[in-house]
Design a protein around this ligand. Structure first.
Ligand code: NAI
Ligand code: MG
Length: 365
């Protein structure tokens, strides 16, 4: 064994799915940052296997993944994902062809979306000036709810055409995500959890969600709780961001609120997400929350920070806490220095930001 390789070097096997548009650009940047990270720390290595599953594959072959695609993914320690979706394929085909089956089939029933003010980043909110002014973790239900896929269309092109989209809330599904959110809240200094639904107008599924939430809450007397209707939540997030800490919401609501949250914390380009299988019976998947951004794809200007942060969350999930901290420190050094892309008010491109992160490792090692 070469002497520079530490004898306890662990190998983590990563399935890499760049996908479409800026998904390919930001995953390239993240893989580079991760390789530098493991080279600098030399306590672990990442063994990437790339899967070219994308909208181009769909247009050529009629599917995003081959029929054994999910079985192939199960063999990995984690999945690192870019984004999927392209204008020449309807968005419901791309989402249901790739990312939704992965989340559902691999038991990734929670989607954790931390949002906070990175150093040097400015919020569009005038009351948000420093780190603690906006520091949230949004826990999104990731397997059922409004995205359960139940429903149908009849008489599509007739005057009496009809479509249903049925939300599904199961006790198992609600309980497990709510319990996970309580654990997250308990692990944070403020021990505070806000539950979001719309149980005034949606009187079955969401009332049931609320009921299960309050049942689980009894197991966590040390966590302070409150409840918001989703419409009022948008106002509170905007006008009183300091009053929030951990947030748990349904698949649809948390999807929408987390885009808002990212924008309030500076840009959609910085926000990470972890699709977790908490029991670790299958790999979890890590991806920035943004999509393939066809409007800026191919120009090399996408903000890679959300991809870096997602990469940090991935290595943390794999037990490499030190590596996660080092990566996030490097990223915040770079944002603090104002080396940012246009969405954060800077002048750099993807490459420039990635180089700047690289320089920090070089200085450190
Ligand atoms: P989007 O997130 O791709 O883009 C929204 C806006 O934010 C665009 O103006 C884009 O340029 C900007 N933006 C996004 N990421 C950025 C970054 N890293 N740096 C700088 N600017 C960034 O959402 P949109 O336009 O609604 O969807 C585009 C496609 O992506 C669609 O096909 C959609 O279905 C898909 N999508 C896929 C997701 C996934 O794979 N998880 C998530 C969201 C959308
Ligand atoms: Mg979204």
């Amino acid at each position: 064994m070469p002497s520079h390789i530490h004898s306890t070097t662990k190998v983590h096997r990563i399935a890499l799915i760049p996908g479409d548009g800026i998904g390919t650009e930001i995953t390239t940047a993240a893989v580079r940052a991760l390789r530098q990270l493991s080279a600098t720390l030399s306590t672990f290595t990442l063994d990437f296997t790339q899967f070219p599953w994308s909208s181009a594959t769909y247009l050529q072959e009629g599917h995003y993944m081959p029929s054994d695609g999910l079985a192939q993914l199960k063999k990995f320690d984690a999945i690192y994902f870019g984004a999927v979706g392209w204008p020449d394929v309807p968005d419901h085909i791309s989402l249901w062809g790739l990312i939704l089956p992965i989340r559902k089939t691999l038991g990734q029933y929670v989607n954790v979306r931390p949002v906070r003010m990175l150093d040097g980043v400015t919020s569009p909110l005038k009351g948000v000036q420093r780190a603690g002014d906006l520091d949230w973790v949004i826990v999104r239900e990731n397997s059922e709810g409004e995205y359960s896929g139940q429903g149908g269309i009849s008489h599509e092109d007739e005057l009496h055409g009809v479509a249903t989209e049925v939300s599904v809330f199961t006790r198992v599904g609600v309980e497990r995500v709510v319990r996970f959110a309580f654990e997250v809240a308990r692990g944070r200094p403020r021990r505070k959890l806000t539950m979001v639904t719309k149980s005034n107008a949606q009187r079955h599924g969401m009332v049931f969600w609320d009921k299960v939430f309050w049942e689980v809450a009894r197991e966590f007397p040390d966590v302070e709780t409150d409840k918001m209707l989703v419409d009022a939540m948008t106002v509170r997030m905007t006008l009183d961001p300091k009053s929030l800490d951990t947030i748990v919401a349904t698949n649809l609501h948390a999807d929408i609120l987390s885009d808002l949250a990212a924008a309030l914390a500076g840009s959609i380009g910085i926000a990470p997400s972890s699709n977790l299988n908490p029991e670790r019976t299958a790999p979890s998947m890590f991806e920035p929350i943004h999509g393939s951004a066809p409007d800026i794809a191919g120009k090399g200007v996408a903000n890679p920070v959300g991809a870096f942060w997602s990469a940090a969350e991935m290595v943390r999930w794999l037990g490499e806490d030190k590596a996660a901290d080092v990566l996030m420190e490097a990223v915040e050094n770079v944002t603090r220095a104002g080396v940012t892309t246009k969405d954060l008010g800077g002048k750099e491109n993807t490459e420039g930001v990635t180089e700047a992160v690289h320089d920090i490792y070089t200085m450190a090692s």
